[in-house]
Design a protein around this ligand. Structure first.
Ligand code: GLU
Length: 333
């Protein structure tokens, strides 16, 4: 069941308030905004603060300020209530609890008693870094009696989703047809941690569906999350987004992904060093293949120029020559 086929696209911006937005985040949010707005779509801002340890309210506010500074706007969000709220995941826990109990009744979930240490032991096996080690199914095969005995004994457990042993197919707008085996995306995956924290996969899948999101645009490090999220929605019989576009990542000049540790590349510090939003957007537009003249541009100027076809197909490594044309006062990371 696809959402919104043939009607106005609904996109989303889904930042996690675990730190300051950096240039790499600005890149994927700008592309999500452009893809949706260039089709006259509606956008939702959803704050993904499901992890209580890493999330901070002050980052949520800063993210809102940074996106506004960039000229990336939305129609519904924590600052602009609409019919799909609440827009902060920590306020949506009842939706997640209801989904988990439906999955439990359908037999799609089992308790997993593997400890962090057990799972860490798997990390030495070859695996995809974006996914983590493949879960070997240890607790999938426990007998009902063993499960009950361990629960009665007070052993801590998480809940895992049982992934069918079948090829999963979907189409990505950048990376094309995907034909994935469960082992490509980690096998059975966690829905609820033993400390009661809901997993990213569950929260995002439920929210995208309930909020009527038809188009998901995000970094390609989340490509292997798509089969997990779609499998969950199919098990629940819930509508699913119809369009997925995973975008290449920005890398520093040594080939490392841009991350929070590149603190000079946070939007806050670029702003503090006197960089303007149209300079940041001009640079990102150059990388997106829609600013060959390297001019400063505002986000709204890009709406007419944007095309998915001109986007790079590979991660973009920042190179000092290009960088210094845009940001001569900031050393190239
Ligand atoms: N909140 C996630 C992150 O910041 C992104 C989720 C998504 O786009 O699906 O990494």
């Amino acid at each position: 069941m696809n959402l919104n086929v043939g009607s106005t696209p609904v996109g989303r911006l889904a930042p996690s308030p675990t730190g300051l937005l950096h240039l790499g985040n600005a890149w994927s949010f700008l592309l999500a905004w452009l893809s949706c707005r260039s089709q006259s779509g509606r956008l939702i801002l959803r704050i993904e603060d499901i992890d209580p340890v890493r999330s901070r309210a002050r980052f949520s506010q800063q993210i809102i300020d940074d996106l506004q500074w960039l000229g990336v706007d939305w129609d519904e969000g924590p600052d602009q209530e609409g019919k799909n709220g609440p827009y902060v995941q920590s306020a949506r826990k009842t939706f997640y609890a209801e989904a988990i109990s439906r999955l439990q009744s359908g037999g799609d979930v089992y308790p997993c008693f593997c400890t962090r240490k057990d799972l860490k032991g798997l990390a030495s096996a070859p695996h995809n870094d974006d996914v983590g080690p493949v879960y070997p199914g240890t607790c999938r095969h426990l007998s009902e009696t063993d499960r009950e005995r361990r629960i009665a004994k007070g052993d801590r457990y998480s809940l895992r989703f049982r992934v069918q042993d079948a090829v999963f197919l979907f189409r990505d707008q950048i990376y094309g047809e995907q034909r994935l085996l469960p082992s490509d995306f980690g096998g059975d995956f966690a829905l609820l941690r033993s400390d009661g924290v809901v997993s990213y996969q569950l929260a995002v899948a439920i929210d995208d569906s309930l909020m009527g999101v038809s188009e998901v645009v995000r970094g390609r490090d989340l490509l292997f999350s798509t089969p997990r999220q779609l499998l969950l929605l199919r098990a629940l019989g819930m509508p699913e987004p119809s369009c997925f576009m995973h975008v290449p990542l920005l890398l520093d000049s040594s080939g490392e992904r841009l991350a929070k540790r590149h603190s000079s590349l946070s939007l806050v510090s670029l702003r503090t060093s006197g960089i303007r939003a149209d300079e940041v957007i001009g640079f990102l537009a150059f990388l997106a293949g829609c600013n060959p003249s390297c001019s400063p541009l505002f986000a709204r100027d890009l709406l007419r120029r944007f095309s998915r076809d001109s986007l790079p197909r590979r991660d973009c490594r920042l190179c000092p020559q290009i960088w210094s044309r845009f940001f001569p006062s900031v050393p190239c990371p």
